[in-house]
Design a protein around this ligand. Structure first.
Ligand SMILES: NC(=O)c1ccc[n+]([C@@H]2O[C@H](COP(=O)([O-])OP(=O)(O)OC[C@H]3O[C@@H](n4cnc5c(N)ncnc54)[C@H](O)[C@@H]3O)[C@@H](O)[C@H]2O)c1
Length: 244
């Protein structure tokens, strides 16, 4: 998709690592000017983007008041966001007995609330500029009944509802809203713990006996945000190598 997004302002959250970093790089390679938001420093290897093309934005997404201020400064400096990739999230195994109100709120704050907040902040600028696309990262984990992840599952299932609701609310303003549900993605975080058994189990689980890389998810995000997907909204694209 060389230059498909030439000059387009794309905001990717959770862009310091994993799927978010791969997505920021993929959009930069497609010509976008990328705002790469993370609470950690965003370091892009030399050669992966033209210097200055990926602009780091320091922000903890669980602080919605700070997010609102930082977003206002961002669009004042770099123009309306035309593509928003709501990628940041945190999976944490929490037994039900430990799922007190504060822990529950924290999991919603880390996974769901900032997606809704950023959609609300970005939509008026997108609409005024002629439209845009929002891509929300959910997961297949909640579809597969994985254990001790109830709060994560609730947030990730909530993202599918959020995606469908926003698709209806924003379609008339030229804004498409879709989600991506990745399966087992080998990010650098996962790579560090890879074992032969895990690889064999993953190959057996999937129709396609290969490992899913962060770049595979980035490609899906790129396509969902591209003009080629102009009539697709409210959908969740599963990228899991084919798991029943
Ligand atoms: N990796 C997988 O196998 C997988 C599978 C299904 C879904 N997902 C989803 O994809 C998304 C990305 O996953 P990943 O594996 O690349 O994650 P990761 O942990 O490798 O990277 C997440 C990034 O988000 C940032 N981040 C997290 N919380 C933040 C906050 N409050 N404020 C600012 N930055 C924050 C982190 O600093 C990190 O850079 C997540 O939403 C995750 O739930 C991942």
């Amino acid at each position: 998709m060389t230059d498909t997004f030439h000059g387009t302002h794309v905001l990717v959250t959770g862009a310091a690592a994993g799927i978010g970093r791969a997505t920021a790089i993929a959009f930069a390679k497609a010509g976008a000017k990328v705002s790469a938001l993370d609470r950690d420093p965003v370091q892009i290897p030399a050669g992966d983007a033209t210097p200055g093309q990926i602009h780091p934005v320091a922000c903890d997404l669980s602080d919605l008041a700070a997010l609102e201020r930082i977003f206002a400064d961002l669009i004042a400096a770099r123009g309306a966001v035309r593509v928003l990739v709501n990628n940041a999230g945190v999976d944490r195994r929490i037994p039900l007995a430990d799922l007190d109100a504060a822990t529950w709120d924290e999991m919603m704050s880390l996974n769901l609330d900032h997606q809704a907040a950023l959609a609300r902040l970005a939509a008026p600028g997108m609409a005024a500029a002629g439209g845009g696309a929002i891509v929300n990262l959910t997961s297949t984990a909640w579809m597969k009944l994985a254990g001790t992840l109830a709060a994560y599952h609730a947030a990730k299932a909530g993202i599918v509802g959020l995606t469908r609701g926003l698709a209806r609310d924003l379609g008339g303003q030229g804004i498409r809203v879709n989600a991506i549900a990745p399966g087992r993605v080998v990010t650098e975080r996962v790579e560090a713990k890879l074992t032969r058994d895990w690889i064999a189990e993953t190959h057996a689980l999937q129709c396609i006996p290969d490992l899913i890389r962060a770049e595979d998810i980035a490609e899906a995000a790129l396509w969902l945000a591209s003009p080629g997907a102009r009539m697709i909204t409210g959908q969740t694209l599963v990228v899991d190598g084919g798991v029943v």
